[in-house]
Design a protein around this ligand. Sequence first.
Ligand code: EPZ
Length: 418
Amino acid sequence: MDRFVVTGGAPLRGTLPVSGSKNAALPILAAALLVEGRSEIRNVPDLKDVHTLLTVLRTLGAQARFENNTVWVDATNITSTVAPYELVKTMRASIYVLGPLLARFGEAKVSLPGGCAWGPRPVDLHIKAMEALGAEVTVEHGYILAHGRPLKGGTFFSEVSSVGATGNLMMAAVLAEGRTVIENAAREPDIEGLAEFLVKCGARITGHGTSRVEIEGVSKLSEQTFAVMPDRIEAATFLAAGAVTGSTLKITGARADHMRAVMNKMEEAGVHLMVQGDDIVVSSPNRLNAISVTTAPYPGFPTDMQAQMIAVLSLAHGQSTVTDTVYFDRWTHVPELQRMGADVRVDRNVAVIRGVRKLTGAQVMATDLRASAALILAALWADGESVISRVYHVDRGYESIEKKLQAVGAQIRREREP
Ligand code: EPZ
């Protein structure tokens, strides 16, 4: 296992390039299963989670190749409709193969993903979504078993706005007979990007990006090439790096229009942001002021920036609150930040942060992807040296983050855990 050794206090300067979006790429790669032929997907980030999904696709019989951030998937000959536990347990998003397999083959056997670092991750909405298309779904021995051919369009009201369930239902519905309506659909750009890929392949989808999506089933999809959008969470994490170190940085290749909620909250805390086309210049005063943040489904403040925001606000002047309404127990980063001197108390799903003048470097442990990012941010400005262990969590969702940060002057290096 690797660890990061970070020496805090180095002001950063320069340019941070944004990679393709992990959460937009994963459903699109799964959607390639719907195409009886080759799909070429560009601007795919070189991440552990991407390679895990490519392994799942190969397990199903597809050919998949990753080279220079481009993925070629040939799903002509699928030989299995079983996504095994050994793979799905390592990455929850593997459940995205459920909809495509069911749509194309009338059956799918997908392992339940199990929990993650911060608690249970239910899939009840995915199951109800498949049933809305007439599929028979049971859960046996830790697997979701789904059957249904042909799938028939239907209406699905998602009692909770779910990125994954919206994506799975969209992928199942594009080959179903008739019309499907998704009410309270996820509006995340990742799902909008999935719809844009499917439409380019010949699917008939309208309303994507809004909470009401309509899909008219078609008989087959055609081979296409498609470019994945920039990663809005990586870009927002880089804004946080500028904010926490009081630096001026240029974030290049970003979609500021996907980041409004985070940018508004950063500006409320006193961060200066300037959008220049696909670039965002972040600069910040020496000390930010305290604010209150509440996460919500898009276009609200993303839960995937909750941990990073706590790291930023741990140095702000005054008392801030961060409330997570999407995941009530996503706080594993808090005890680690406390080791660095952050004054954070969590009560149910609300974190109260009393800003301190300085954090101190410490040995800390990464527990999940975004918690790792929060620890890196805190370590960049903490007094002295921090050692962040288990950085395989970071490698799941941030492409070469230490190289990108080194290029703007951060004292961060990767080394093998002894
Ligand atoms: C996606 O996960 C993202 N992952 C997560 O990012 C992100 O935190 C999450 O959306 C919320 O924005 C990918 O896109 C690969 P949900 P997903 O279904 O689809 C509840 C990261 O850091 N729910 O939108 O699994 C669920 O418990 C990852 O990149 C059900 O109750 O999230 C949560 O409270 C972490 N039943 C809420 O809905 C279900 O069947 C939103 O979850 C499904 C979800």
